[in-house]
Write a protein that binds this ligand. Sequence first.
Ligand SMILES: C[S@@+](CC[C@H](N)C(=O)[O-])C[C@H]1O[C@@H](n2cnc3c(N)ncnc32)[C@H](O)[C@@H]1O
Length: 689
Amino acid sequence: MNRKQRRAQGKGKNPSGPSSRGPSDYHREQLLARALSHHQAGRLREAEQGYRDLLAIDPKHAGALCYLGLLAHQSGHSDDGIDLLKKAIAVDKRNPDLHYNLARMFADVGRDDEAILHNRKALELKPDYQEAHANLGGLLLLRGRMKEALAAVIRGLQLAESQSLRSTFVMLAQSIEPETADGEGEFTKFLTRALTEPWGRPRDLSGIGTAVLMRDATIARAIERVSATDDTQQLDELFSWEELARIGQQGLASALFTTSPITAIAIERVLTAARRSLLDQVIACKEGDESHQWLSFASTVALQCFINEYVFDVSDRENDLVSTLRGRIESRLEKDKEIDPLKVALLACYVPLHSVAGADRLAAHEWPQALRQVIVQQILNRQIEQGIRSEIETLSPVRDEVSGKVREQYEENPYPRWTSVAAHVQPIPVDMYLRNRFPGAPYRNLGDVPVSVLVAGCGTGMHAIQRARQFTRANVLAIDLSLSSLSFAIRKTRELGLSNMRYAQADILEFKSDTQFDIVDSSGVLHHLKCSRAGWRRLADLVRPGGLMHIGLYSSIARADINAARERFAKDGQSFSHAEIRRVRRQILNLSGEDRLSKVTQFSDFFSMSEFRDLLFHVQEHQFTIPELEEFIAEIGFTFVGFETPARNAYLKRFPDDPAAVNLRNWHTFETENPATFAQMYQFWIQKS
Ligand SMILES: C[S@@+](CC[C@H](N)C(=O)[O-])C[C@H]1O[C@@H](n2cnc3c(N)ncnc32)[C@H](O)[C@@H]1O
């Protein structure tokens, strides 16, 4: 039953329509209300008896038919459920809830065409039916009918915006091609809102966002001019003031630049060229002569450069000019003299402002709004994190030599640098989450209990925060080696007002706990341990019997190009300065498209310092194959539940005899045939026997 029906039931309303009217109305309503309250409390046998009692008096009671159908569906008898819903509709054709519920059932059993049809019927009867819009959009998306899905979701957002529609929009935006989005004028408007409010994680929307942006006429012109220009071109020869003002002040461009690393080389080149030209211009100006028209644009670029941790290429000449600029600003700060905001914004495009001598004074100054955001990002947040750092508890020492080196890397480059997560998340029980994701998997319910979660190697907290928000009654303990990462995570957790999370410094290899956890989650971590299997075994011991692990590990098949690039550019175990890392990036950017190694630029990790460092220069990295995973999962006494991957549907088409998608030998074949399947790691759930 949907939320509205539950509300109606709460108010004693019977959604069943005509057949409930008559002299014994009151008695029927009583019977239905009683059966529903059993249903909601999970007393399914009593609920079923209640609906049957009512149907014995009134065989055409649409409400009783509907709820009995839902109950049959929930108990695994979907065919009976569907028949009962059809009977209810035969009694009450114009009831949108009945069509909606039937659509949900059809969707759950994979009869998508019928599900789409009944969703459309529900919407004909009730055009502002929020759940039906979201459901229809989601179904069309699953069927790959992108244009129709987009039209359905946009129409839904226009008529009846809801959280579930926003989430469907985010899912859709992640899989849609820019050409498909082009036809829908409202797409860019909703995408911009999805990035800034935000409706999902901005980094998940950055791919489509940049693709759409590159089709914007101003940006397309800038890309063309930058690709045809040399380094010495002046800013006003590259862009008009109006163009930069437009980029800096509003719209999709600024939403993208200020929320996650830009992942398109062409746009990176535009921003790099604009930054360089602006620097030339500002350095050439006399004190007080600077033009303020660039401030908004420069501040936007500064926000982007801090987010990507200054990964953009910098020439030696620029480095000299930046030193001059820094010197001028520091000297004026010391003498308490007026400082031009544009100069500060520009310096922030090259170095974080917290590294400037006298940063406190910069922060205390009154600045225009555009620059103020940069000050918050680069000085004030850092001060908060410094304060948090000394409060972090330590649960185990970091003694292992490799753990020490790994820690050092993440102290310097906490991973990943993120800005925001979805503003609203509707928590759901773990059982519902896993059953929806992995229908048919050999999964045993955890039950309706509070869930304790250990996130091992939480980094800067994005993933741990997601777990704390997505599961009902979750309590999360998140551990990591790196205090910089933990400080960032704790600041973000406080900003979001989450009280069900605790953070501590610990090495997985030494971490002990008096109690076991319902879930242990370790994504992108175990492959950085000296011995991944030792760490994995230790974490497995911390899972209670029947509990779950979510693991993320590198695939050696998916990372073949990365391995080749590492061979060429990096040397195992050798640390690299940021300047050297930029130099390697420049070399990769200059490779011809034919060169196999240029494929490295297809990884989103290429576009920020910490992620690129993680990608190519990690001090410790192991990789796995599916047969190795299978062997180890059996060895530690767990059962495979499922891979989290968008490739699931393609797998099901390739291996229709494995509808639960749990045969790891098949998965190995599938990966061999499609080597990029696990480019974002193997991400999977396993359950302890
Ligand atoms: C690539 S980051 C992944 C962060 C996070 N899990 C995510 O997916 O965003 C790896 C993290 O694992 C942590 N880590 C590596 N080895 C560890 C160990 N032995 N004990 C605890 N944390 C570790 C690092 O400090 C780093 O923050």
